[in-house]
Ligand binder design. Structure first.
Ligand SMILES: NC(=O)c1ccc[n+]([C@@H]2O[C@H](COP(=O)([O-])OP(=O)(O)OC[C@H]3O[C@@H](n4cnc5c(N)ncnc54)[C@H](OP(=O)(O)O)[C@@H]3O)[C@@H](O)[C@H]2O)c1
Length: 331
């Protein structure tokens, strides 16, 4: 089969479509013919080798999220040939014609969800829900600040916050057009990464917000800790800026009665999927009613994957980048 492989040689890292062995089925897993896959910011960093989490050894097949059709099912998998499924792999392997996935990593695709939307569901919505609700303790009536809100996780977080009855939803994004996109997804007021402390203090009458979903890092992280309300929680999920937090001193936590927490969806899906069950339950109850929808900002063919990578790098995509496999992969 064909797959998008990252290699490292004397000239550095490079990625391309090439022939790799077909995946092998297991008793508790399925083989899925991929119809669509989604590209996340962490995939781009893994390709570059700059991801702050685990970077796989080269060569490796990129991508974690996919949707498609079951073409082989193990005797204990609980799926049948032809079932439409979507999934997330804890280790990358999704940008390929076929994917082998343990049954715990896939779900049946609801009839009303296209494969291109289903592929973009898990990273965005599962991360946003688990970070804001399970870890951040977001409940109806509370206030929330979502950073990088025009991106994949950000827009899903805004949709969920609306659906969960969050009283005040504030957001940041890197340009006026991206702030407009965040407002379209549910942000009640927006600011850029320098001005958000003023926005928070103005809208909370100086009290601060209850929950911050933080994925930018650097000064954004440090400033976010300073605009938390008493007992507020800052949930860190990444550092898209490439700069880790620099200034936060732990005494601030007890001085201001605030908490800093983190979550890593791939690790949890791989090692402790049970802790994500409450998130799945909430999400799958909202999905059929149409109350949440993956927001796909760009769809590319496998041959144009580089265009999708550049769009994410250039911060020009509002929502997710999806790869549509239905036209075939480059030979
Ligand atoms: N911990 C987890 O389990 C988990 C799971 C999924 C994602 N994440 C993290 O969550 C973040 C969002 O992921 P995503 O896939 O949905 O990506 P994304 O939000 O679609 O893209 C990253 C966004 O970060 C913002 N950004 C701010 N400063 C940036 C900079 N210096 N360079 C590039 N981008 C910058 C950009 O928005 P603006 O242009 O509007 O600033 C950009 O669109 C990433 O940090 C990712 O690693 C973590």
């Amino acid at each position: 089969m064909r797959a998008y492989v990252v290699r490292h040689d004397d000239h550095g890292r490079s990625s391309r479509w090439e022939e790799v062995p077909d995946p092998s089925p297991s008793a508790e897993g399925v083989i899925v013919r991929v119809r669509a896959a989604a590209l996340a910011w962490s995939d781009v960093l893994q390709m570059e080798g700059t991801y702050a989490g685990a970077v796989p050894d080269t060569p490796f097949v990129c991508g974690h999220e996919f949707a498609g059709e079951v073409v082989a099912a193990g005797s204990e998998a609980g799926y049948a040939l032809g079932d439409r499924v979507f999934g997330f792999l804890p280790s990358p392997a999704a940008f390929a014609e076929y994917v082998a996935a343990p049954a715990r990593c896939v779900r049946r695709t609801p009839d009303e969800l296209a494969d291109t939307d289903a592929a973009a569901f898990t990273t965005s919505f599962l991360t946003a829900d688990a970070a804001m609700v399970t870890v951040g303790g977001l409940t109806p009536g509370r206030s929330l600040l979502v950073h990088a809100a025009a991106g994949g996780v950000g827009r899903s977080a805004l949709q969920l916050a609306r659906a969960y009855g969050t009283e005040l939803i504030l957001a940041t994004a890197g340009s006026p057009s991206r702030r407009t996109a965040a407002e379209a997804s549910g942000a009640m007021a927006t600011a850029d990464y320098d001005d958000f402390p003023d926005l928070v203090l103005e809208h909370t009458r100086g009290r601060g917000v209850d929950v911050v979903l933080e994925s930018v890092g650097g000064d954004v992280f440090d400033l976010s800790a300073r605009v938390l309300a008493p007992l507020g929680r800052l949930v860190t999920i990444g550092a898209s800026s490439g700069t880790p937090p620099r200034r936060l001193k732990l005494p601030l936590l007890w001085q201001r009665s605030i908490s800093v927490c983190g979550i890593h969806i791939a690790r949890l899906l791989g090692d402790h999927p049970e802790v994500l069950q409450p998130s799945w339950k909430r999400l799958l109850s909202l999905l059929p009613a149409g109350r949440i929808r993956p927001e796909v900002g760009l769809t590319v063919s496998p041959a144009d994957l580089a265009q999708g990578i550049e769009a994410l790098r250039g911060r020009t995509v509002d929502g997710r980048v999806v790869i549509d496999f239905t036209g075939g992969v480059p030979v």
